[in-house]
Design a protein. Structure first.
Length: 92
């Protein structure tokens, strides 16, 4: 199990590095700590949606833990639920 901590600001500049981190973690169960996220842009949401699909196909778990209010608000604005990007949400 790998734990990844998301950056505070996940804008367009963060999308490529986030994708790279996830590619390096492929083939393992991953917990993503989203507790410090202050800004979440659509490009990073796309990366997370793609990762969720990939992990599901590969038979591994991808869990977003401790999602900040800003993280959840950004998802809601885009019409996406936490279950769209996470196997389950871990409570704080």
């Amino acid at each position: 199990m790998i734990t990844m901590r998301l950056a505070d600001i996940l804008d367009i500049r963060a999308a490529s590095p986030l994708a790279g981190e996830l590619i390096n973690a492929r083939g393992q169960n991953v917990t993503i700590d989203a507790s410090n996220v202050q800004k979440l842009g659509a490009q990073c949401v796309q990366v997370l949606l793609s990762a969720r699909s990939t992990w599901t196909t590969d038979g591994y778990s991808l869990v977003v833990a401790d999602a900040s209010e800003s993280f959840l608000d950004a998802l809601s604005t885009l019409g996406i639920t936490i279950s769209d990007i996470s196997e389950q949400e871990l409570s704080k």
